[in-house]
Design a protein around this ligand. Structure first.
Ligand SMILES: CCCc1ccc(-c2ccc(S(=O)(=O)CCO)cc2)cc1[C@H]1C[C@H]1c1ccccn1
Length: 240
């Protein structure tokens, strides 16, 4: 994997995305506005346009009980589960399996009226990061997805408008050992999630339409995804 042509870009992007994900929403300047809240889940966005296109960066923070950062990243990264939780997915192709932790995908998302249908071509990389504070703990796990060009999947060649995305799912496992010194169970763990995404919608779509789509779809996506992982893992041994 270290010899692959994408490796330098993957390495740089992971470091950059994890550093940004670690920044609180207070720290990145006043720009972040809270636009959705549901229990522990808080979703922020910054209103940004790039030559007339809405590219609002999004940052969601959430704390989920009973699962680990590894488990969340595993179900987010692995292709075999994606149709179960990604409701807007119409079609997914694993274009290249670079290594067990690095895959290139082509995805077609369902058309969201009145915007035209979109597709995305991106590499996806999953990695354990050292948790600066406590080295021997369960640590941090991250999945980073970033659009890439593939000659066999030219942009805007068919019916879909190509989107350009950079996504980071950063998960920190919190363990609260039981007082009685017994084994750690799912009641004793939780996961602190930071989900960051910047999606350039590619072709033009009205700002009001895109912002309405994101406002509806992102909270739905994160709630559905975390509920899916809780359900998939509840009767399985904990994987850190
Ligand atoms: C006009 C914009 C269309 C559009 C572009 C992009 C995406 C999108 C792609 C990938 C990822 S992910 O986090 O990498 C998970 C892998 O699928 C999330 C979102 C979704 C939409 C549309 C379908 C809507 C949507 C928005 C937000 C979350 C989920 N779905």
């Amino acid at each position: 994997a270290c010899s692959h042509r994408l490796w330098p870009e993957i390495e740089n992007t992971v470091m950059e995305q994890v550093a940004m994900a670690k920044l609180g929403v207070g720290e990145c300047g006043a720009g972040w506005q809270l636009f959705a809240e549901d229990g522990e889940m808080k979703m922020y966005r910054r209103e940004e346009e790039m030559n007339g296109l809405v590219v609002d960066p999004l940052k969601a923070v959430h704390v989920v009980k009973g699962i680990t950062g590894y488990e969340l990243c595993h179900y987010f990264f692995s292709p075999q589960y994606r149709y179960d939780w990604e409701t807007t997915l119409e079609h997914m192709v694993v274009v290249e399996t670079i290594s067990e932790d690095t895959i290139v995908f082509q995805q077609t998302h369902k058309r969201i009226w009145p915007a035209s249908q979109r597709d995305a071509v991106f590499w996806s990389h999953m990695r354990k990061l050292s948790d600066d504070q406590d080295t021997e703990g369960p640590g941090l796990w991250a999945v980073v997805n970033k659009s890439t060009e593939l000659p066999n999947y030219p942009a805007n060649a068919g019916k879909c408008v190509r989107v350009y995305l950079t996504v980071c799912l950063l998960c920190q496992t919190l363990v609260n050992p039981p007082k009685n010194g017994g084994p750690v169970t799912r009641e004793d763990i939780s996961c602190k999630i930071t989900y960051c995404s910047v999606v350039n919608p590619g072709g033009w779509a009205p700002a009001s339409v895109l912002r309405a789509v994101y406002k509806r779809e992102y909270p739905k996506f994160l709630k559905r995804f975390t509920a899916y992982v809780i359900n998939q893992t509840k009767d399985k041994p904990i994987t850190f």
